[in-house]
Design a protein around this ligand. Structure first.
Ligand code: ADP
Ligand code: PHD
Length: 457
């Protein structure tokens, strides 16, 4: 049995719905379907989830919002018309559901935002089940509550509760096609709680693990996972196989094609993931598996992301001060800030974090606390940093992997702001200025992957 998740781009229009139906019909193993909300139909389009966030914001601010309800519902109505479905009742129910959620959570903004965001996938799953039935398939919408997806009560940041898996195992017995909305679950107190953005991948993985699927198929809009983001390098190398560990590091660091938190459930259950293209289902796709042969290709991929800053502190004789690092990190913890890396020297320590966590008064408060509580000689925050991760299972044993990167940076005249190697066996991190990141990724791509092509040719 296969669990097949279809991302926003795969369910964005009537044409995409038809492709999805064809994919389900072409393989009887595809029995559990997880869908996202309709995504972008073209580059400048707006995802339904973003429309719903705008709707929630309009309600919260007391602004007019009827036109936003219309815009959301029109996306589904347009799909229904394109499929020639008699779905006016389904569409009316969607409108009533949005209005009912707004009335129910009017004064509870976090719940309102989560309930509206989740409705994007919920309505799409209902419409998909309706469409599949119109084609003569025995398809049924199953809500996350009925399926057994119970999560922590952290709005916008849910995590699965382990007890869910037992309930989910019953899905295996379903004889018909089950359509489950992605992106949200229910708290034990009965509230809708969403996963982080892009979280339908997480639902798919949880369902695959719970139902004991043989494969978790993740349908998207590219033929495979590439070794770099295809928007940065033209026609990059396709990956046939990648390990869970490699994928986790790469998706955490910028490969938006598969959510990093979606790996744990399938990894623990030993279920392989196949990332495939809804627009070209014949292409073999990329397999995410436990092991790959990395003898010839030690590096699997290069990911990058911008928007980081480095809090740099120095204090003479820091090395003698037991607990300095803990106290520094404690200050960040008190402010609810998570950090990415914390390289240190004899008298210096830097903490790299996402800069958007320092908005408002937080920055000054943190600087003041570090200054007064830790009595540092100097403290400054460097903004505008990009982090680049070079990831590969074979790197640990291959000679000269780091040298290749530093030589590539030198040749491209890129200054390395920081390097972190060694804490992970499968990755190496470089910090560069944001304006240099594209050039840096291309330089690394040429260094690691161009020779592989040359050998083959
Ligand atoms: N290394 C990569 N390999 C493939 N796609 C990538 C990579 N990095 C970023 N992407 C982007 O991820 C997109 C697919 O992910 P996403 O937009 O979440 O799809 P979906 O709509 O299926 O959820 C691709 O269109 C591509 O632009
Ligand atoms: N619709 C949600 C969840 C999701 O996974 O979407 P997509 O499959 O389009 O990445 C979002 O936009 O975050």
């Amino acid at each position: 049995m296969k669990v097949a998740k279809f991302g926003g781009s795969s369910v964005a229009s009537a044409e995409q719905f038809r492709k999805v139906a064809g994919i389900i019909q072409s393989d009887q193993q595809r029995r559990i379907i997880v869908v996202s909300a309709p995504g972008k139909r073209y580059k400048a389009d707006t995802k339904v989830t973003d429309l719903l966030i705008r709707l929630a914001e309009a309600v919260m601010r007391g602004n007019e919002y009827d036109s936003l309800i219309e815009a959301v519902v029109e996306r589904y109505a347009d799909i229904a018309r394109g499929l020639e479905l008699q779905a006016s009742e389904v569409i009316e129910q969607m409108k009533a559901d949005l209005q009912q959620k707004i009335a129910a959570y009017h004064d509870d903004h976090l719940r309102l935002l989560d309930a509206l965001k989740a409705s994007g996938e919920d309505h799409n799953a209902r419409l998909m089940a309706f469409y599949l039935r119109s084609l003569g398939m025995e398809a049924r919408y199953v809500s996350p509550r009925e399926a057994g997806i119970f999560v922590t009560d952290e709005p916008g940041n849910a995590q699965i509760l382990q007890d869910s898996y037992e309930k989910l195992s019953k899905l295996k017995q379903c004889s018909n096609i089950v359509v489950i909305p992605g992106f949200f679950g229910y708290s034990l107190t009965g509230h809708i709680v969403t996963f982080p953005r892009g979280g339908s991948d997480i639902t798919g993985s949880i369902v695959a693990a719970g139902a004991g699927a043989d494969v978790y198929e993740n349908f998207t809009d590219v033929d495979s996972i590439y070794c770099v983001n295809p928007s940065m390098v033209e026609n990059p190398r396709q990956l046939r196989e990648i390990t869970y560990r490699e994928m986790r590091e790469l998706s955490y660091s910028g490969f938006s094609v598969f959510h990093d938190e979606a790996l744990e459930p399938v990894y623990k259950a030993g279920i392989p993931v196949c990332v495939k293209n809804t627009n070209n289902p014949e292409a073999p796709g990329t397999w995410i598996v436990a092991k790959r042969d990395h003898r010839n290709v030690p590096v699997a991929g290069i990911a990058s992301d911008t928007g980081f800053c480095s809090v740099n502190v120095s204090k003479y004789l820091m090395n003698r001060e037991i607990g300095f690092g803990r106290k520094l990190l404690q200050i960040l913890e008190d402010e609810g800030i998570s950090y990415e890396h914390a390289p240190s020297g004899i008298d210096n320590m830097s903490v790299i974090l996402r800069a958007n966590q320092l908005q408002g008064e937080k920055e000054q408060r943190i600087m003041d606390r570090i200054q007064t509580e830790l009595k540092v000689d100097e403290i400054h925050i460097e903004y505008g940093l990009a982090l680049i991760m070079v990831v590969g299972e074979g790197m640990e044993r291959a000679v000269g992997v780091a040298a290749k990167a530093t030589a590539a940076f030198a040749q491209a005249q890129i200054n390395i702001e920081m390097i972190n190697q060694g804490s992970s066996e499968v990755s190496m991190m470089f910090g560069v200025k944001e304006e240099a990141v594209n050039k840096a990724v291309r330089a690394l791509y040429d260094a690691y992957f161009a020779p592989v092509y040359a050998q083959k040719e």
